[in-house]
Design a binder for this molecule. Structure first.
Ligand code: ZN
Length: 514
């Protein structure tokens, strides 16, 4: 007897439909799975047999062949347990003929426990999205109850079940299954920190507002305790809210990574802060069983690299691809997988190895050679992809205590959104989505240098040794400053402010002055 059930597979963060065919023939008892299954699927045999028996059915002592099609794409995951068990039950007549219509347009995913109950699986949302494809004839899905909120987020006809037995009863028309319901808590999600909690560092906060408005990558240089990570953690709270499509995309990445704890749609911009000892594979993704790395987990959010100069040179270099193309391609033997990774990079570092170079009250114990070596690690191509260098001063307690409460993230975000709207209109019809991505042609058109600022740029180039590339960054950042002000033209003061955000370009200026 032959049976066929629909299930889903994952390639990168995209799902595809898989047909699970089960053939039961007489012959020596065996159970084999064909169609490029990974070792995890091959090991499902014992779970399927135990789950079927413990659900009150006899497991056929015959020659059983399971075929996963299309055969040319590799399949992985424990979620094929359920369609395989159902296939066996159907092929040996435990599921009625009347269920054929339901089976024809429904996909099944779920890992089996030995007692026949269903366990949640990762990657539910991206898999289900494959059913939303217009060409798909399969329009319904049955998922484990614990995955029901994630399934509901896809806005598709999804039912949830607790066990194989429940599903067999449903298919035989003896029981109903509940519809997957969306959680109300999605709307209530809030960022943990607010910019109003950071009372000092007005200069850095202003710079971060510009970074948020124009999608400019940032490096912060300052002594320990100057608030670099405190500010960075609050940065997502001044970015515009994610659209529904963006929430889906972020959730897909976390779903395939098995990082969705509560099965809810992720509605906040991610903030990722990997340690500097991280491996390249963990940072940008890959490995023998490919998974998205931190650079993709930070998609549409912030990748914060503290102690930036402590990261290995190869890790820092590996960020060039995502910073350039906003995605990461992981090459495999027969195929390659693409993970999106449009993040805003915030790097942070001390001014020198000990952290106290030019500190007003503490002594620096580093030699000039040590400082030079420390700084040189971040020079070159990666620095070329960072538009803004911000210097943070040590926080003086007296000053800090007397300061009034600062502006709320909500109000800053409001200005950021207005500046982003201006850019959307400006780049309408172009691939460019923000000032930081402007092409040379677009810069010529939108960043006309006012005559009054010519002299400033000339001084900057001669005195500080700015390169032509630094000037490009200055102009892009100036454009964002002008947008925040609602100014059509670049003005002298916009350029003067942008020049201040290039401290690491100042040739020979090793000692940062506070
Ligand atoms: Zn030092």
């Amino acid at each position: 007897m032959l049976s066929k059930f629909w299930s889903l597979g994952l390639k990168g963060i995209d799902g595809f439909i898989v047909s699970v065919e089960v053939d039961i023939a007489s012959g020596l008892p065996s159970y084999s799975v064909v169609g490029l299954p990974d070792t995890g699927i091959k090991e499902s045999k014992n779970r399927v047999i135990a789950a079927v028996r413990n659900s009150g059915f006899d497991f056929p002592v015959k020659k059983i062949t399971v075929n996963l099609a299309p055969a040319e794409i590799k399949k992985a995951g424990t979620h094929f347990d359920l369609p395989m068990a159902l296939g066996v039950l159907s092929a040996c007549g435990k599921i009625k003929k009347s269920a054929d219509d339901k089976i024809k347009n429904t996909a099944f995913i779920g890992e089996l426990a030995l007692d026949g109950s269903l366990r949640p699986v990762s990657g539910v949302l991206p898999m289900i999205m494959a059913l939303k494809n217009e060409k798909s004839k399969v329009k319904n899905i049955i998922v484990p109850s614990a995955n029901s909120e994630e399934a509901a987020a896809a806005k598709i006809n999804a039912l949830k079940a607790n066990s194989v037995k429940d599903i067999v009863n449903y298919l035989n028309g003896e029981e109903e299954l509940e519809v997957c319901q969306k959680s109300e808590e999605v709307q209530k999600a809030r960022y943990r920190g607010d910019f109003s909690e950071v009372k000092s560092q007005a200069f850095a906060k202003r710079a971060l507002e510009i970074a948020a408005a124009g999608f400019h990558n940032v490096i912060m240089v300052g002594p320990p305790g100057s608030g670099k990570s405190m500010l960075s953690k609050r940065f997502p709270s001044i970015l515009p809210s994610l659209s529904y499509e963006e929430c889906l995309e972020v959730t897909k990445i976390y779903s395939v990574s098995g990082l969705i704890k509560s099965s809810k749609l992720m509605s906040l911009r991610p903030f990722r802060d990997p340690h500097h000892t991280i491996s390249n594979a963990a940072l940008i993704g890959g490995g023998s069983n490919p998974r998205p790395g931190e650079a993709s987990l930070a998609h549409y959010g912030v990748l914060f690299l503290d102690e930036f100069s402590e990261f290995s040179r190869s890790a820092i270099e590996s960020l060039r691809e995502p910073l350039e193309s906003k995605e990461i391609t992981v090459a495999r033997v027969k195929e390659s997988i693409v993970y999106p990774s449009k993040f805003l990079l915030i790097a942070a570092m001390n001014p020198c190895p000990c952290g106290y170079l030019s500190h007003p009250t503490k002594e620096c114990s580093c030699t000039p050679a040590q400082v030079h070596k420390y700084r040189s690690k971040i020079s070159g191509p990666i620095l070329d992809r960072i538009d803004m260098h911000i210097q943070l001063s040590p926080i003086k307690y007296d000053e800090w205590a007397s300061l009034p409460a600062a502006e709320k993230s909500f109000d800053i975000k409001d200005r950021v959104i207005r500046a982003i709207d201006i850019q959307k209109k400006r780049f309408n019809g172009s691939k460019t989505s923000a000032n930081s991505f402007m092409s040379i042609g677009e810069m010529k058109e939108h960043c006309k240098i006012p005559e009054s600022a010519d002299r400033i740029l000339e001084i900057a180039m001669n005195k500080f040794g700015f390169s032509a590339r630094s000037l490009d960054k200055i102009l892009k950042v100036s454009r964002t400053i002008a947008d925040l002000e609602g100014s059509q033209d670049l003005k002298k003061e916009h350029i003067m402010e942008a020049v201040q955000y290039r401290i690491l370009d100042k040739a020979g200026d090793v000692a940062l002055k506070y």
